[in-house]
Every structure is written in C-alpha cells, then in structure tokens.
Design a protein around this ligand. Sequence first.
Ligand code: ISL
Length: 570
Amino acid sequence: GPADAWWSNAVVYQIYPRSFADSDADGVGDLQGISERLDYLAQLGVDVIWLSPVYPSPHDDNGYDISDYQDIGPLFGTLADFDRLLAAVHERGMKLVMDLVVNHTSDEHPWFTASRDGGPDGPMRDWYIWRPPREGMRAGTPGAEPNNWGSFFSGPAWTYDERSGEYYLHLFSRKQPDLNWENPQVRQAVSAMMRWWLERGADGFRMDVVNLLSKAPGLPDGPVPEGARYGDGSAHYICGPRIHEYLAEMHREVFAGHPRPLLTVGEMPGVTVEEARLFTDPARREVDMVFQFEHVGLDHGPGGKFDIRPLRLTDLKASLGRWQTGLGDTGWNSLYFSNHDQPRIISRFGDDSPAYRDRSAKLLATVLHLHRGTPYVYQGEELGMANAPFATIDDFRDIESLNHYRHQLAHGADEQQVLAGLRARGRDNARTPMQWDATDNAGFTAGTPWIAVNPDHKHVNAKAQLADPDSVFHYYRRLIDLRHTEPAVTHGDFHMLHPDHEQLYAFTRHDRERGTELLVLANFGPAELTVDLPAVWENSDTLIANLPATSPLTSTYTLRPWEARVHRRR
Ligand code: ISL
C-alpha cells in the first residue's frame, strides 16, 4: 500500500521559478538561480522539488500557458541548464518533479495555431474544443457562446474566432485553450511528451487541474449562481465521465514498469474524498496522491474566493479530519496550506503581527506536518513569509486578479472593496520574490524584480534565519527530520480530539505496530487556553514544540498564545 511507497515519508518543496532566484539580473528567476540555491534546500532536508512550469510560454498565466512542451523557456534558461540542475539535484539525493499542464496549452502552441488556422475541416481542428454559436444567436455577440460557462479568470469560457465563425473553449484565460482529450491523438502526444521528460531524468509530475480533462458530452449549460453573469459548468467537467479512464491510460502508457521511483500528484479542484480514494487507490494505478481544495475554500464566502469570510477552526478540523479518515486505509493524502495560488498561510489562518508571526508559522507547520500524508512546503513558507502590502491595482501582476478587478469595476463594484478582496486572497501574495537576505531586492535579483519584494524582507529572510537556531526555518528543518526519523509521523493512525473546540486543534497519531503514540496540541489564537489531558500523557516527552514547556504535562496544561506541542509516549 501507499505506506510502503518510497514517498511515504518524503517532503516536497515547491519552487515557483519566476520568484525564486534570478542569476542573470533580468528581474525574473531562472534555472541557474535554482542550481545556486540547492544547498539551502538540502539543508532544509526536503526529498523532492516540484518545479512550477519552466517551458516556453507567452506568460499570460506565468507559464501555465505552454507554447512548447519539450523545451525550456528563454526566460528560465536552456535545456542544458535544466540538465545541469537535474544532475545537481540528484547529486544531493533529491528528486525533481515537473509541472504537467495538459488541460490546456497556450494559444501560441503550434497545435493550437494549426487547429485554429486550418479551419473547421482542418486535420488538427479536433485537438481543441470548437463549437458553433448558440442556435439563433448572432456569432460574436454576448450570449451567443456555445454554452453559459464562465471562465475561472472572469468572463465567458469561450472566445470567438471570426475567421471560422466558431468558438473555442478555455476554462482559464482566452490564451489557454482547452485540449480535446476525447481525441486519442492528443492523449498519445501527451504520453510521448511525458516519456521524453522521464527519459531525460525527471522523477515525476505534478499534474495541473488534471481532474478537469474530461468534459461531459454535449457540454450542457450550468446553473447560474445568484448574482452571477455566467453559469457554473463545474458539474460537467470536474471528474467528468472519462477521467479515470484517461488517468489509467496515462499510467499504463507512461509510468507502468518505469525503472526509477517516481512521484505523481494530481491537482484536483472540487474533488471529493470518495473520488480521491479512487484516484489514489494503488490497485487502480492512476496517481499517487491528489491536491484537494476543501480546506482552502472554507474561508470563501458565497461570492467566491475574493469574498472574505473568517475561518472557523471547527470547519478546518472537520474537513482535514474527514480527509484523514477517508484516505486512511486506501489512498493517500497530500498535505498543504500554501502554494503559488494561495495567499500566505500565516496571514490567512495564522497571525502575521510582529508578536505572533513566527510562533503562528511554527504552529501551522506543526499541525500540517503531523498529519498523515505527504507534506508540501511552498517557497518562503519555511521562513514564515507573509502577504504583501499591495497598495493599488498597479502593484498586482496576476491575470486572475487583474481580470477580476476589471470585470468587477465594469459592473459597478466599489474599487476599495475589490482591492480588499485582492489583498487578502490574490495569488500575487505567494509570488513576491523569495527573501534571501536584507539587501534591497532581498538577494533575489541584481536587476529590477518583476513584482515588488515584500518590504518585510529586512527582518524576514533566509540569511537571518539560518543563523538563528530558533527560526521558522530551523523549525521546519526539524519537522522534516521528524518525518524521516519517527515512524509514527508517517504510519500512525489519525484520531481527532475535541472536534467541537473553536480554539484547540488536537489529535493523536498511534503507531500500533511499534506501540508509540504522538499527541499534538495547538492553540489557534492569541488567548491562553487550558486543556484537560488523559492521564496517559502525564510527564510524556516533548518531541517538538514552538515554546519551551512551562511545566511537565499533568492532567491539565495551559497553552500560551499560538503555542503548539507534540508529545510522545510508548
Ligand atoms: O486559484 C485559483 C483560481 O481561483 C484556482 O482555481 C486555480 O486556478 C486552480 O487551482 C487551478 O490552478 C492551476 O491551473 C491554473 C493556473 O493558473 C494555476 O496557477 C495552477 O496552479 C491554470 O493552469
């Protein structure tokens, strides 16, 4: 089962190359920059690096719009730079996983230009999803789109091509046309491309929105949510009718019998526990693990991600607890709070005020890393990086934020309210440059960074934290080490305690085979909290904690603000 797989006690580190390290002073990070920072990652102790896209791209969506799958974009370097990076990663005993973006390509990919320019009868037409305008409507006018689906990035999910009189589907930006996975030639081309990267030495793939590949036949309209302008088509493309068939075929064509150990993780918005169990059941041979989205949607209001609503801790525990149980015996969890699409976690679920930012960063890390599954660390999370102080719309770069702003203002929304949503939830919060040191551009670039560095890098940076044994960095290092050395962290059963408590996140991990048990206690907030403990935990050893204990554990213990502790008994 998954608990025996090589990755069962691995920790993955995500690099967003644009914002990690710039070696040539053009203001954008690159592969050579990553190569120069590998010792930092080795010191942190991570096993695997996941590289967000580094392929040629017009960068409408920062590389998630790929115009050539089998090359490196000039912004990031060359294939020779990639080979050097991969060799250097392997030399340090780490693995490198590529980002696979095959729900869509760039509209500048030769597959799409051929599909578009060949017209309705062209040989490549069927590689993408083309449809005539809605019956009785004049092509190119609002409402004439083939169905009512909205795009994830505002506006309709269809763009009109004047020359052929047809529309193409794009669930994301108009420069990200969706591939037609019904077409076996598309699937074969993707498999061949994946094999090419594995032969080059890549160790697996993170698969972008991979549960959206199969669309329901007929592409039916979706329900229009209250106050929305477009339909929600998600029921017709989230885990669509052929999705398991496609992933099982990909496994057969690409991964089956591969001589080296690989890791595959499917990014799956809207996936349920039940579906995830099917995707990750090793017997079904689809993917090793999935990224689910439930816990990062708990603070979304009815208006979506930019509609801010506070998190209730009981909701977080109910959600993560259900995933722990649901993928307990069959399947496997990915554990993440942060990535390049999410706001910084200390600003979201923690407390980024000076008094508690480090302590809450460590608490969040403790909670996440003590769950069962494979933890993912997003660059800068290990320093406790926080959301950016974006002032005006000119400070933002992300197409999702810019489109949202434009559409909201065009429909009469209040600018300050829209900006408040973007500041709290915008993806650019995660994309400010990595904070290496206290110099002007945080040691990220000698040029002008493509997005402003967070001014807090003066005191929050890798250089300072490497020198401070109490830093967030060294705390992450110790958590990662624990996963490698304490089998209960990898194998123990998960049991949630006090599920109805609004301030306490507590659980146990019981390794029945070895007879060890871990107790995790986390005080989510700035108030003291006295907890009652079962007698068996009296005088148990501290395994890791973000504060020295005030006293040995007795039948009660008072947790200080944002205190997190892990105890062990046998
Ligand atoms: O952040 C989101 C938009 O509200 C998510 O819905 C996000 O778009 C979704 O998680 C899919 O993300 C992936 O595919 C996108 C790309 O923009 C994201 O960066 C990527 O992680 C399209 O390729």
